[in-house]
Design a protein around this ligand. Structure first.
Ligand SMILES: Nc1nc2c(ncn2[C@@H]2O[C@H](COP(=O)(O)OP(=O)(O)OP(=O)(O)O)[C@@H](O)[C@H]2O)c(=O)[nH]1
Length: 389
């Protein structure tokens, strides 16, 4: 399947209360087939980084499972379904010919109606074109639980070529992308693919020295302090589970604990910042939500009010990815997840079935990945908003 980055999809606020009320007839049919949700992983990476090699590796290792995958070299609407080494091409019924250009529901519905015809899959891998911006694609599959989708976004895996990634990050941005958010700054496709990743696979490690590899890894970790980073040759990892599949990147926040202090200036364009969150009262929780709306929706950082001065500051920043853990004064634990303008705050299960429950030493924290992030200014702004609540 060809995933085109030219046209951004319609973004939908997954927190919007009306969203849960939308009925989905295909989902009702699917519930007869299986109650289990099917994980979908987006595989992205610059041209030639090793995406196809990685997808083929997963298909080989997962022999016997029914996996649907879309290939950027494929014609626009086909998904290939593999099981027991047998491959069949399946056509998606998409409103505008391509998942990225279709409205959110039709991308999900096209895959769901395919599952209604073919039976459910064990896994879906969506390989993007080398120039795709995964931030446009992720919200299509990150569906509110209330909508009852049978697909869930498991995570974004970004492949980078160890030998060429630094050059790709330093190259001039592609001209004429027509994306107002990225105009006038040094933002490359490589930046976008790394900043949105939940897992980053530094591939082709055989083509660099250990010192070069160290430099590459530091640069990448400086951009995205949340993603797990793996070094590979021919995209091979010790095991698939939690390395490339079953990532649960959107329903857990374990990765926050790996990030003690993230802010680094190793990359001039994108960085990761971490802001501590004290236990919040209900009023502070709604203040946090309104602060997030200002930052994510309007790109306005509310500043500490000084009498007689404008209390809002506009600056050139943009958030690509957001994760957070909130403790409340009523002893609840919540998780924040966000991609670009879309965010949600949901209760976090303290005793998850995978054993990754909460521990007392863990603290409330908000981690932001994006362009032009000043950790001190963001920290001051958030503290002031919470103290005023
Ligand atoms: N030396 C070396 N070559 C690799 C490695 N991984 C993949 N390759 C080769 O690199 C080339 C590109 O790999 P692909 O998997 O096609 O890359 P891709 O990201 O799908 O490329 P596009 O579809 O063009 O975006 C192929 O010839 C692979 O065999 C590796 O770890 N080391």
């Amino acid at each position: 399947m060809f995933v085109d980055e030219e046209e951004p999809p319609n973004l939908v606020d997954v927190t919007h209360p009306s969203a849960s009320a939308v009925a989905n007839p295909i989902t009702s049919r699917l519930q007869d087939i299986s109650l289990a949700k099917v994980p979908l992983t987006i595989v992205t990476g610059y041209l030639g980084a090793g995406k196809t090699t990685l997808v083929n590796y997963i298909l080989k290792e997962q022999h016997g499972k029914k996996i649907a995958f879309g290939d950027s070299a494929d014609v626009e609407k086909a998904l290939t379904v593999t099981q027991d080494g047998q491959e069949t091409q399946e056509w998606l019924e998409l409103a505008n010919g391509c998942i990225c250009c279709s409205i959110k529901d039709s991308g999900v519905n096209a895959i769901e109606s395919l599952m209604a015809r073919r039976g459910t899959f064990d896994y879906i891998l969506l390989e993007t074109s080398g120039l795709a911006d995964p931030g446009n694609l992720a919200p299509l599959f990150w569906v509110d639980d209330g909508l009852g989708s049978t697909i869930y976004l498991d995570g974004i895996v970004t492949l980078v070529d160890a030998k060429n990634i630094v050059l790709s990050l330093d190259e001039m941005p592609v001209e004429g992308k027509g994306d107002a958010e990225h105009e006038g700054m040094h933002m490359t496709t490589a930046h976008l693919q790394i900043s949105h990743a939940d897992v980053i696979v530094i591939n082709k490690c055989d083509s660099v020295t250990p010192e070069q590899l160290g430099t590459v890894e530091k640069r990448i970790a400086g951009i995205n302090g949340l993603a797990k980073i793996h070094r590979t040759q021919y995209s091979q990892v010790p095991k698939l589970e939690s390395f490339l599949l079953d990532l649960h990147a959107y329903d857990g926040v374990e990765s926050l604990d790996a990030m003690s202090k993230g802010h680094s200036h190793l990359d001039p364009t994108i960085s990761t910042i971490a802001l501590p969150l004290p236990p919040l009262t209900p009023r502070q929780l709604s203040s946090l939500e309104s602060w997030l709306r200002s930052v994510l929706w309007e790109s306005i950082l509310p500043v500490v009010p000084i009498p007689g001065r404008d209390s809002r500051s506009e600056s050139a920043f943009a958030i690509h990815r957001l994760k957070g853990r909130i403790f409340t004064t009523t002893d609840a634990v919540k998780m924040i997840q966000g991609v670009r303008e879309v965010f949600e705050i949901v209760d976090l299960d303290r005793g998850r079935s995978d054993g990754k429950g909460m521990e007392s030493k863990e603290e409330g924290k908000l981690v932001l990945i994006g362009r032009g992030l000043d950790e001190d200014a963001f920290g001051r702004s958030l503290r002031a908003r919470l103290e005023a609540a």
